[in-house]
Design a protein around this ligand. Structure first.
Ligand code: NAG
Ligand code: NAG
Ligand code: NAG
Length: 295
């Protein structure tokens, strides 16, 4: 057989490659992610292991007296939805903190961060989900919640939804927190620095459980928490808009829906145990963060 002409040969070689490329771009576009491929271990690697749990690639983080463990996403994101299923330490978890958070990598003084920290507790006592948001280096926006289920009995889905108008925290699709973009009122909002996703398990018995009164019982170690179904979806702008950062000013695209609003009211009434905006031992009328007096 005569050799293919050069151009034809190229086409033959390139066609499947281009198809693959298109597929990869599509995969990136759809934002499917995989905990094994898309994260890397940062510290305590010898205390972690990947395993198959049914169809799901899962990661176990563990903590003993010498070290905890931590992973981070390989990619960084600017406006995205991050979903992760977590099953927390069973039994006595007092003194431990299990986290999932996003953080930017620029100078600390201007960093952005969105935190979920599960503060352990004695056997049978409830975990506290501690949340915080930093924008342009300023945090101090803690809200704490108890959950309406035992988070160590099974996996539950924890989500961070970050778009130009809101940062939402969801638990099994229930919105528990909304940090609004109030830039128009002079409140900083994360909108230009990419953030990386982290998950970790560490010892914080100097403050975590009942204010540091209950210490980690090392005879119960190693403590193990499990992560699976890591899924990052890029923020979807409305039709005809190229990316979320360019959503037109008057757009209602990211407005909260009725469900999110009623979720927030329900959680606030029943499960919120701390809100910085109503901490009058900490703030007075002149030091209360500005967003606290905005609708
Ligand atoms: C632990 O349980 C106690 C008693 O139920 C509760 O007051 C506390 O908020 C719980 N959480 C933490 C992190 O201490
Ligand atoms: C990832 O999250 C998106 C957005 O919520 C959802 O549409 C998609 O089905 C999820 N993918 C997987 C593999 O769970
Ligand atoms: C509020 O607290 C700040 C510092 O904590 C103090 O300097 C200020 O006088 C207080 N203002 C009022 C109105 O009490």
């Amino acid at each position: 057989m005569a050799p293919l002409p050069c151009t034809e040969k190229l086409r033959c070689l390139w066609a499947p490659l281009l198809l693959w490329l298109a597929f990869l771009l599509l995969a990136v576009e759809l934002g499917t992610a995989d905990i094994y491929k898309d994260i890397e271990l940062v510290w305590g690697a010898s205390r972690t292991y990947f395993f198959m749990d049914g169809d799901s690639e899962s990661l176990a983080l563990s903590l003993d007296k010498s070290t905890g463990s931590c992973f981070k996403s390989k990619a960084m994101y600017l406006y995205a939805q991050i979903d992760l299923d977590i099953k927390l330490i069973e039994g006595d978890s007092a003194g431990t903190v299990c986290t999932v958070y996003t953080i930017s990598e620029g100078p600390w003084e201007i960093h952005d961060e969105i935190d979920l920290e599960f503060l352990g507790n004695a056997t049978g006592e409830p975990y506290t989900l501690h949340t915080n948001v930093f924008a342009n280096g300023v945090g101090g926006r803690e809200q704490q919640f108890q959950l309406w289920f035992d988070p160590s009995a099974d996996y539950h889905t924890y989500s961070i939804i970050w778009n130009p108008k809101h940062i939402l925290i969801q638990v099994d699709g229930v919105t528990i927190r909304d940090f609004k973009n109030n830039e128009a009122h002079g409140v900083a909002f994360p909108k230009w620095q990419q953030m990386r996703v982290y998950g970790s398990l560490w010892n914080a018995d100097d403050w975590a459980t009942q204010g540091g009164r209950v210490k980690t019982d090392w005879s119960k170690s190693p403590f193990v928490s499990y992560y699976r179904n890591y899924n990052v979806t890029w923020c979807q702008p409305s039709a005809g808009v190229d990316w979320c950062g360019n959503e037109p000013a008057g757009s209602r695209h990211f407005d909260l829906d009725q469900k999110a609003m009623s979720d927030l009211a329900w959680v606030r009434q029943r499960y919120m145990t701390y809100n910085y905006c109503s901490d009058y031992d900490r703030f007075n009328a002149s030091t209360l963060p500005k967003e606290c007096s905005l609708p």
